[in-house]
Design a protein around this ligand. Structure first.
Ligand code: FES
Length: 355
């Protein structure tokens, strides 16, 4: 089992405030402060449904220089597995368990230019990068994508701070942003950092790959909490362990298998590293690939999936669901065009082999 060195500590909530529709800013005072660099996050112990404990990762939006105050901003997701509900219920004086700031999304200083893309609450991972690039005098543009202004946290502050280096794409005002048009403005030698819904990041990655750009210049952060479909219960069978269990909407497949005593390999638990890969032996339904590890080509045959974030749904559009024979290889809803949900009335099921 992979592990990463983390130090847990108490942190006291010192301030809470709504900063956009459904987004709450929570300022914490850690008991053992440490500086947080742009792109850092902390893992937080949350209580689900008032009892079961779990961990969630939240970007550090901003922090004092010595880290004695760190601010998170949490979106109360309609598809929440309970973590954001818990975070929104916090009040000043509450004490949490958190890690020190962890860094999986570092900003590489020294590129000729930078393009930052934030979708929705993904701005929390990007905001600090924009501030640093501005302070250091680098060439950068920040694209901030959201459905409506009142849902876009820190938008007014960012407009004031970054002027015309901030490009706001507000769907309600100007329609859906064209990813290809955005990438056409990106200099060939630029590095692009992005954080946002999996759909947006997948679209950017596909367009990036089509344009023959250096794939290592595309960097992203995902907490693996959004997919093509709403989470629903499904059954997973692991013949090599003789285990068959039901995965609840509030948990990942990896968590469910851990609960059943299966020793799982993992690292990021966010769909980025591929360490939790499972080979798909059979499938009733469609795979909701929520990772950013596999390419579209790798996802298409549904021969493997990242169990830490990806799920299975009973519906899934034209190529899956009622028309799929039991335990057949069903197609992936890997593009918005095919991601129309058609309930089938029966629970999805997947048979996997751990690699
Ligand atoms: S643990 Fe990294 S992709 Fe699942």
């Amino acid at each position: 089992m992979a592990d990463k060195h983390v130090e847990w500590q108490d942190a006291t909530v010192v301030e809470c405030a709504d900063v956009a529709l459904g987004i709450r800013r929570i300022v914490l005072a850690p008991s053992r402060p440490a500086p947080a660099k742009p792109g850092a996050h902390v893992d937080v112990v949350v209580r689900l449904e008032g009892e079961r404990e779990d961990e969630r990762s939240y970007s550090v939006v901003d922090a004092s220089a010595d880290g004695d105050r760190i601010a998170l901003s949490v979106f109360r997701a309609p598809m929440s597995r309970g973590g954001s509900l818990f975070m929104h219920g916090l009040q000043p004086g509450d004490v949490l368990r958190i890690t020190q700031p962890l860094q999986d999304f570092p900003l590489r200083v020294g590129a000729p230019s930078y393009v930052l893309v934030a979708g929705g609450v993904g701005i929390t991972a990007i905001l600090g990068m924009a501030s640093l690039l501005q302070r250091l005098g680098f060439d950068y543009v920040l694209h901030y994508v959201g459905s409506r202004r009142e849902r876009m946290a820190y938008l007014a502050e960012l407009e004031a701070a970054h002027g015309d280096r901030l490009v706001a794409h507000v769907t309600e005002e100007s329609g859906r942003m064209s990813v290809d048009a955005l990438l056409a403005t990106v200099p060939a030698d630029a590095e692009l950092y992005m954080c946002g819904p999996i759909r947006l990041m997948e679209a950017i990655r596909r367009s990036w790959e089509r344009s023959d750009r250096d794939i290592t210049a595309l960097r992203y952060e995902t907490f693996g909490n959004s997919g093509w479909f709403e989470a629903e219960p499904f059954e997973v069978e692991v013949p090599q362990y003789g285990v068959t269990i039901e995965v609840q909407p509030s948990e990942s497949m990896l968590e469910a298998l851990e609960r059943a005593g299966v020793d799982m390999m993992y690292d990021c638990r966010r769909g980025e590293c591929g360490l939790c890969e499972m080979r798909i032996l059979g499938l009733e339904g469609a795979v909701d690939h929520r990772d950013v590890f596999y390419s579209e080509r790798q996802k298409a045959p549904n021969s493997k999936m990242c169990g830490c974030v990806s799920r299975v749904v009973a519906g899934g559009g034209d190529r899956a669901g009622a028309g799929s024979p039991p335990l057949d290889r069903a197609a992936s809803p890997s593009s918005p065009a095919s991601a129309e949900y058609r309930p089938t009335g029966r629970m999805a099921r997947v048979v996997v082999e751990l690699t």
